[in-house]
Design a binder for this molecule. Structure first.
Ligand SMILES: [Zn+2]
Length: 101
C-alpha cells in the first residue's frame, strides 16, 4: 500500500495486499471498485476475501478484556501469517518457498 488512494488493483497480488484495507473500509471508492471488479472475475480472491473477512470478524469479536494494545498486536501477527499462508497470487516474483524459520 503506498497510500495514494488511486492504486491500480489488477492482479491477485495487488488484491491480497489491499484486501484488509478493503474489508475495513480504508480504501477509497476507486480502490473498492477495483476490488469488487477483481472479486467478480476471480474465484481465488473471492475465497481469499471470504477467509480474510472471517478472520477479521473473529478478531473483532474477541473480547477486549486484555487491552486494545494486545488485540492490535495479535491482529497484526495473524494478518501477517494469514497473508504468507493464503496468498493465492500468481506471483512470479513471489518469496521463495523454502525460507528458514
Ligand atoms: Zn484474484
Amino acid at each position: 500500500m503506498n497510500g495514494t488512494g488511486h492504486d491500480v488493483i489488477s492482479t491477485c497480488k495487488d488484491l491480497t495486499e489491499n484486501a484488509d484495507a478493503y474489508l475495513q473500509g480504508e480504501l477509497g471508492w476507486f480502490g473498492r471498485a477495483q476490488v469488487r471488479l477483481h472479486l467478480w472475475m476471480c474465484s481465488h480472491c473471492r475465497r481469499y476475501m471470504d477467509q480474510l473477512a472471517a478472520t477479521i470478524a473473529a478478531l473483532q469479536a474477541m473480547p477486549a478484556a486484555e487491552g486494545p494494545g494486545l488485540a492490535e498486536h495479535v491482529r497484526d501477527e495473524l494478518m501477517t501469517s494469514f497473508r504468507s499462508l493464503r496468498t493465492p497470487a500468481i506471483d512470479p516474483d513471489g518469496p521463495p518457498d523454502s525460507e528458514p524459520s
